[in-house]
Design a protein around this ligand. Structure first.
Ligand code: BJ8
Length: 381
């Protein structure tokens, strides 16, 4: 972080700074929509003139509160976000006029039933497979239902033109994000993976999307310029790691820091928050509702069956980022990602690349054990 350009702070502090900004938007009369997942079609919220925000769910601060209603043996991400909601500790949920959730995994969809008792919640029914006409039609009708809900709740009309415009801007944001995370392809990379994650996280908290795109582009340029001037913070010898699996925001301090303090560097995040969503643009040459349906149905998440897209993506990223080792993060009690570890290990090893699975939660109790396992894995690379 010491060697990062000044603009870095804007992104690394974006979540915190967003607390104030979201209130300012509320005071100006904007509607706020809280989201949980990569399947949410953000373009619709943009087209409704609302501010989309990702709700808090990356610390164990509210886990105990959540466990008053939810089972202990549940994914930490679900407990954390629910805990932040019931304690009103997440300003993004607090200021949300509507929460949008999806029936992704069992834990999340049942949690949304409870959340619906305290917040205005809209749940999109996600088909269990991304393949076939039935799945497409089902997801399209859910996208149309969300559009209707936003129009009714916020008393606005979401025209085709507005959706097309939002698609364009969101695609531009994805392109800018790709330019940024592709910096990880450089050998050695011009930044640490911990810092990269902070910026990637910060993108969804840049509440003014157009301004966020400009800032992100200039940050990428500044990092590249410094690198070309000889500023190389990461040693050439660092083992290049690809992170895959569950969202890693809540375990970055445990996992990513351990990797980078033990001779490795995270050069790519395949998971949500990283490449998974951003790599596929929304088509601009077809009906915008069809384009959104196609795009969001193609997110290669483990809740989909089958989910071969994730394996193909990992294989591609291993080549593009010259990966030395893959670390697959499974959050405790996440069955879909846990079961996929078998296929991911098999595919990774078939490329001659070592694989490590880590099962963890948000508590610091396994920190020592994780460090030892990660250090041993990196030493072997
Ligand atoms: S698109 S990865 S954000 S569902 S909550 S499935 S970790 S048990 S977060 Fe996810 Fe959307 Fe997929 Fe991405 Fe497992 Fe926990 Fe469920 Fe989770």
């Amino acid at each position: 972080m010491e060697n990062m350009p000044k603009a870095f702070e804007e992104f690394s502090d974006a979540r915190k700074n967003g607390f104030v900004k979201v209130k300012e938007f509320k005071d100006k009369g904007y509607k706020v929509v809280g989201t949980f997942c990569t399947f949410t079609p953000w373009e619709l919220m943009d087209a409704a003139g609302a501010i989309g925000v990702s709700v808090c769910g990356v610390s164990d601060e509210t886990t105990e509160d959540a466990e008053a209603h939810l089972p202990k043996n549940l994914c930490p991400l679900i407990k954390s976000s629910y805990g932040f909601a019931i304690t009103n500790k997440c300003p993004y949920i607090y200021f949300s006029d509507l929460i949008v959730g999806e029936t992704t995994c069992d834990g999340k969809k049942k949690m949304f039933e409870l959340l619906g008792r305290i917040k205005n919640t809209h749940v999109m029914q996600l088909p269990p497979s991304s393949i076939g006409e039935e799945s497409f039609n089902m997801w399209k009708s859910e996208i149309l239902k969300l559009k209707e809900r936003l129009e009714n709740d916020f008393q606005v009309e979401i025209t085709e033109e507005k959706i097309k415009e939002s698609i364009k801007i969101k695609n531009e944001e994805r392109r800018a994000a790709e330019e940024f995370y592709s910096l990880g392809k450089l050998c050695p990379p011009p930044l640490w993976g911990y810092d990269m994650q902070k910026v990637l996280e910060g993108i969804s908290y840049s509440l003014d999307r157009k301004e966020g795109i400009v800032n992100l582009k200039s940050l990428t340029k500044a990092i590249r310029d410094k690198y070309e001037e000889g500023n190389k913070p990461v040693p050439k010898s660092a083992a290049r790691i690809l992170i895959t699996g569950c969202p890693s925001g809540g375990v970055a301090d445990k996992v990513v820091k351990s990797i980078e303090e033990n001779g490795g560097v995270v050069v790519c995040y395949e998971n949500c928050g990283g490449v998974k969503e951003k790599m596929t643009l929304v088509r601009e040459d077809i009906n915008p509702i069809d384009a959104l349906t196609e795009k969001y149905l193609s997110v290669p998440c483990s809740v989909m069956s089958p989910n071969d897209g994730r394996l193909d993506l990992i294989e591609k990223l291993i080549d593009e980022y010259k990966i030395d080792g893959v670390i697959d993060i499974t959050l405790q009690a996440c069955h879909t990602y846990a079961i996929e570890t078998f296929n991911v290990k098999e595919r990774t090893n078939s490329k001659g690349v070592p694989y490590l699975n880590i099962e963890t939660n948000y508590s610091p109790s396994d920190m020592g054990q994780l460090k030892t396992r990660i250090a041993a894995f990196i030493e072997m690379l």
